[in-house]
Design a protein around this ligand. Structure first.
Ligand code: NAD
Length: 497
């Protein structure tokens, strides 16, 4: 297999065609106002393209088209096997454009090209293909009613679904929303984050090429507080699915209440506990503590940002994780050897650093990182892998989601204490426990109230299992057959004979 070098990626980036227009009713369109917004490469500061900046009026056009095609039944009433065929074809087209999409994602988000090639694009392909293949295997139910009656229970599409996604995993999050909502026969209006619209626009074009009827999938890049809010309040939208911050998730529930009670499914922030016992496989636990905290520059809702270490090994374990930081020094995302790319923008870099300063002032000791850095020949925004020790769980650096490569190390004595600390959080999204004692591992895994818990692994899971949070980490579930439920209504037909 040919290896694509740093130089090759650079050359490809210079020749790459970047989508610039919204995708409405099966074609590229400019914003009605003609407004555009520059799309910036976070690693270099270069303008990648000027992208149509949609406003409320563009959102209205997208919703009208989505609604019209839904009412016509072109997609909603298509035989499940035919919907499946089109979505499988879509997954194939994304696969054929694997490297192009990986490059778009890397340039748009500033994340390492190797991660985009190996993780983000395959995740999107797998999500769409797996979900598509399930479409004609979903059966309804017949209820156990009395003789003389027949009660049919069906899952029907909601109508027009609004999907709002963030900038940290734009492609894979978009696929998690689009695959099940389209599979169930809904029409969709997708609002990507204005900082990272590129892969969403490109895969929408590929969906049309795959045969998705016009108007079924519309992508409107634009601002959250204006366009996003307008769509969340829109009476033509029956369901909204969101990944992003807890603060904005709370607003979406208000918008639903102020408008038409549209079904609202939220995937929000996290402050997950990665719990290491003294008897853990030390090498594995060290390697994965670094990955859990620093992968994707820590801009990961499931990051293992609270490293809980049993006190008997606390000093040596923390030192060993710090030694791993040398493997994670930020660099050019287009270099296949780079493990850590940029952070999304200057504001995020400042926010991360402000949290580190708060941690210092609260008594935390920064063992590595802790100051913004500038890799050679890069003009964007970066933050190095950072670990803060001597942290206790009441410090704000242990409670607030930083969304940067900053891990805090908290000691614990017993399994009970580890569970108590892990659960003492407004979030409950992910986490892991490391121990060779199956009893300890399962007791702790069972006790932590969180959406996904790893046992001797971190970031485990695939499309077959649901993903989402407890408490203020959200209320919806992406992935698996459970995701289909969010995008459908249950309907009973009661027959007497
Ligand atoms: P954000 O909430 O600011 O933005 C997310 C999206 O919401 C963007 O598309 C934005 O334009 C839009 N938006 C902003 N204000 C809006 C409003 N008033 N009305 C409608 N839409 C609005 O989040 P962010 O800072 O860009 O993303 C990072 C957050 O996302 C982190 O908190 C992270 O934990 C969370 N996240 C959660 C998951 C998950 O699955 N649980 C996954 C990834 C990221």
């Amino acid at each position: 297999m040919s290896v694509i070098t740093h130089q090759d990626w650079g050359a490809r980036a210079r020749e790459l065609a970047v989508p610039t227009q919204a995708w409405i009713n099966g074609r590229p369109v400019s914003a009605l106002s003609g407004t555009t917004r520059p799309c910036i490469n976070p690693a270099t500061g270069a303008v990648l393209a000027d992208i149509a900046e949609c406003q409320a009026e563009d959102g209205d056009v997208a919703v009208a088209n989505a609604h019209e095609v839904f009412e016509r039944g072109t997609w909603a009433n298509m035989a499940p096997r035919d919907r499946k065929r089109i979505l499988v074809r879509w997954a194939e087209l994304i696969e054929q454009h694997h490297h192009e999409l990986a490059l778009l994602e890397s340039l748009d988000v500033g994340k390492p090209i190797s991660d985009c090639v190996d993780i983000d694009v395959p995740s999107a392909i797998n999500t769409i293909r797996w979900t598509a293949e399930a479409i004609d295997k979903v059966y309804g139910e017949i209820a156990p009613t009395a003789p003389g009656t027949l009660a049919l229970i069906q899952r029907l599409p909601l109508g027009v679904v609004l999907a709002i996604v963030p900038w940290n995993f734009p492609l894979s999050t978009t696929a998690w929303k689009l695959a099940p909502s389209l599979a169930m026969g809904n029409s969709v209006v997708l609002k990507p984050d204005p900082k990272t619209p590129l892969t969403a626009l490109r895969i929408a074009e590929l969906a049309t090429e795959a045969g998705l009827p016009d108007g079924v999938l519309n992508v409107v890049p634009g601002d959250g507080p204006t366009l996003g809010k307008h769509l969340c309040l829109h009476p033509g939208i029956s369901g909204q699915t969101f990944t992003g911050s807890t603060a904005v998730g709370k607003l979406l529930m208000q918008y639903a209440g102020q408008s038409n009670l549209k079904r609202t499914f939220l995937e929000l922030g996290g402050k997950s506990a990665n719990i290491v016992f003294a008897d853990a496989d030390r090498e594995q636990a060290i390697t994965w503590a670094a990955i859990a905290g620093w992968y994707n520059s820590g801009q990961t809702c499931t990051a293992g940002s609270r490293l809980l270490v049993q006190e008997s090994i606390y000093d040596e374990f923390v030192e060993a994780v710090v030694r791993k930081a040398s493997d994670w020094q930020p660099g050019d995302p287009l270099n296949p050897a780079t493990r850590m790319g940029a952070v999304i923008d200057a504001a995020q870099q400042q926010r991360i650093h402000a949290w580190v300063e708060t941690g210092r002032s609260e008594g935390g000791k920064v063992l590595c990182g802790g100051e913004p850095i500038q890799p050679a020949a890069m003009a964007g925004h970066f933050y190095p892998p950072t670990l803060v020790r001597d942290v206790h769980n009441q410090m704000s650096i242990a409670r607030e989601e930083i969304f940067g490569p900053v891990m805090v190390a908290i000691p614990f004595a017993t399994a009970e204490e580890a569970v108590r600390i892990a659960n003492d959080s407004s979030y409950g999204l992910a986490g892991a426990v490391w121990s060779r004692d199956i009893n300890t591992a399962l007791r702790v895994a069972g006790g932590v109230r969180t959406g996904t818990m790893g046992v001797n692994n971190y970031f485990g899971g695939d499309i077959t299992v649901p993903f989402g949070g407890f408490r203020q980490s959200g209320n919806g579930r992406d992935k698996s057959m459970h995701a289909m439920n969010d995008y459908s209504e249950l309907k009973t037909t009661w027959i007497e004979y």
